[in-house]
Write a protein that binds this ligand. Structure first.
Ligand SMILES: Nc1ncnc2c1ncn2[C@@H]1O[C@H](COP(=O)(O)OP(=O)(O)OP(=O)(O)O)[C@@H](O)[C@H]1O
Length: 251
């Protein structure tokens, strides 16, 4: 059996510990992302989604708990080892895609490879390949300010994919997109998940985006309260199942 892409055990996160404002946001939370899996975490505003994602994506430490990515204990890695691991093995797609305005689209996408000192010819090839996959090859010489929001988000996604990470983290990856661009972005994510067996972990409050995943965990008040698996059903049927589940929470 291949090892899981990510294993988190007994996570707890308390903000402002020891003060009057102390708040425990994640409570004894465990999860596994299987290799090649597309997992979505859904939950209402304030349920702890971003906190969980930031911990799993190594951007924040939990108060208690363990996180392993590709079998490596990420909470006890040295900073330089961590930076290298992040640069090689992980990709990040966030709602604000943080493109660098003074760099062209091609330079923005190639950034992770240039930081790894990959040969320029190879950078060019990889940038073109991923830009074609995301339908943005015609904008490679343009600058971020010249693109629409949806195009910019695809550039952000291309940058997250260009170094062929084993695991991609998404925080509301369709948050800034209209429904047509959201559909395209999710279609691309499922494509790379299936074609390149890249594992994806995404948090979202959007049922449509979540319906592209193979499994959904529902977070409420810092704990998982339900799980849905897509199985062999169509995406449309899965979408209806998710809406039904969200309706149950509201009753
Ligand atoms: N840095 C912080 N310091 C203190 N409290 C925080 C901090 N970040 C988040 N919180 C609190 O933790 C709780 C969970 O926040 P979090 O952003 O993880 O939820 P979320 O489910 O991602 O919400 P949303 O969908 O609105 O982004 C909220 O009550 C929030 O106010």
């Amino acid at each position: 059996m291949t090892q899981p892409a990510l294993v988190a055990k007994n996570l707890e996160k308390t903000y402002q510990k020891g003060t009057e404002a102390e708040q425990t946001v994640l409570k004894n939370l465990s999860l596994t992302v299987d290799n090649g899996e597309f997992l979505a975490i859904m939950g209402p505003s304030g349920s702890g989604k971003s906190t969980l994602l930031n911990i799993l994506a190594t951007l924040m430490a939990p108060t208690i708990g363990e996180v392993e990515i590709n079998g490596k204990d990420i909470l006890h890695m040295r900073d330089n080892e961590m930076a290298k691991f992040r640069g090689h093995d992980m990709g990040f797609i966030f709602q604000n895609y943080n493109l660098i305005e003074s760099l062209s689209v091609a330079e923005n996408i190639g950034l992770p490879l240039n930081l790894q000192k990959v040969a320029p010819k190879l950078v060019k090839e990889r940038v073109r390949g991923v830009a074609e996959l995301l339908n943005i090859a015609e904008y490679l010489e343009k600058y971020p300010a010249e693109l629409s929001g949806g195009q910019q988000q695809r550039v952000g996604a291309a940058r997250a994919l260009v170094h062929e990470p084993a695991l991609i983290f998404g925080d509301e990856p369709t948050g800034a997109l209209d429904s047509e661009n959201a559909r395209e972005m999710m279609t691309y994510l499922s494509k790379i998940n299936q074609a390149e067996a890249i594992s994806i972990l995404m948090v979202t409050h959007d049922a449509f985006s979540a319906s592209f995943a193979s499994r959904i965990l529902f977070l409420s008040d810092g704990q998982f309260v339900a799980e849905l698996k897509r199985g062999t059903q169509s995406r449309e049927a899965f979408y209806q199942q998710i809406l039904h589940q969200l309706g149950i929470f509201e009753e």
